[in-house]
Design a protein around this ligand. Structure first.
Ligand SMILES: [Zn+2]
Length: 335
């Protein structure tokens, strides 16, 4: 039996072919166990500042310490999704390591700078694709780093190239920006829902600066029902999102709803509000209203941190603000 060390020595001497991760067949369970877990988030990055791994037979996940991008190698070229300015240079570094095919398509996921300003780094003859909503916002931005897309679609677009099928779709409502869309690669079972949540971590502030929190709260239900995905790409974190991560996020949302519901109907909250009402004059109803929001949010954060510390990373980071966002939408703004 040739040991790994011996094989490596023979490979260096040129007596055995060097196997790189680029040539190894894709193993879903192994990838999930190695790259979809917390340990990977805490592992050290190579000195070059990025790393990459396969998330399907012909799909690659490239990440730095906090952001990621995915590209597909088709029979005729390379399709890049979500051109981030920070990660695109690394993607351009990795592509020639795994294929000599040209980059044919680059897909904008939404107009935000941190997800689009890498677009000008890709070859001029690659086709830029975006939804109409994204194209309109890019036109307003008029930013040379975010060139106008050549292909613009209203609600749905299917990119078929070199054997790859990628279904782009706006959902009618947004969860994060003003121009979100999902992308679905059915053969690879990879779903893109950029900036939707953070795998194995707390949501970013105000549920990821959500443009439509009510829709965002229901999005895990919708996507888990609609797509039988292997991985979900959200653009941030160096671990790849799995269905389990999305279910954890779904449970987090459900638990926060329950927690806030419990607080609002509790005697403690009612008497705190009575006490506050005594402190403010009748013309100060906005002060009283604000005091209600803050009381509920602080108690909610305390209870949620206790329950979620350890289950997700940075549980304490944005909990007050996230409780605040949910309180506003549960108790005040939405049906
Ligand atoms: Zn964004």
């Amino acid at each position: 039996m040739i040991t790994r060390l011996l094989a490596a020595i023979l490979a260096i001497l040129g007596l055995l072919p060097m196997t790189t991760s680029a040539q190894q067949p894709f193993d879903y369970e192994k990838t999930k166990a190695e790259h979809g877990v917390r340990e990977y988030t805490l592992s050290k990055l190579p000195a070059r500042g990025y790393d990459y791994y396969k998330i399907a037979e012909n799909a690659w996940f490239v990440h730095d310490d906090f952001e990621n991008m995915v590209f597909f190698v088709t029979d005729v070229g390379v399709v890049v999704v979500d051109p981030k300015p920070d990660v695109s240079p690394f993607v351009l570094d990795v592509i020639p390591q795994v294929t000599n095919k040209p980059i044919t398509h680059v897909i904008y996921t939404h107009h935000h700078r941190d997800h689009s300003q890498g677009a000008r780094l890709f070859p001029n003859d690659s086709v830029l694709i975006a939804s109409k909503a994204t194209a309109d916002l890019l036109a307003v931005a008029n930013d040379p780093k975010r060139p106008q897309p050549a292909v613009v679609f209203d609600h749905d677009y299917v990119l078929e190239t070199g054997g790859l099928r990628l279904e782009l779709k706006t959902l009618g409502r947004n969860w994060h920006s003003q121009d979100d869309m999902v992308a679905w690669a059915p053969q690879q079972k990879i779903l893109f829902a950029i900036d939707m949540f953070h795998p194995d971590a707390a949501p970013w502030i105000h549920f990821g600066e959500s443009s439509d929190p009510w829709f965002a709260f229901g999005l895990p239900d919708l996507l888990l029902k609609q797509y039988d995905f292997n991985f979900v790409i959200v653009g941030h974190e160096r671990i790849v999102g799995t269905p389990e991560h999305m279910k954890t996020y779904q449970a987090f949302i459900g638990d926060m709803k329950m927690t806030l519901g419990g607080i609002l109907s509790s005697d403690g909250y009612q008497s705190a509000m009575k006490e506050a009402a005594g402190r403010y004059s009748e013309s100060a109803s906005h002060y009283l209203y604000k005091s209600g929001i803050m009381t509920a949010s602080n108690v909610c954060a305390q209870q949620m941190i206790e329950k979620w510390q350890g289950r997700i990373r940075n549980a304490e980071l944005n909990m007050v603000e996230n409780c605040q966002t949910m309180f506003m939408h549960l108790a005040v703004l939405d049906p």
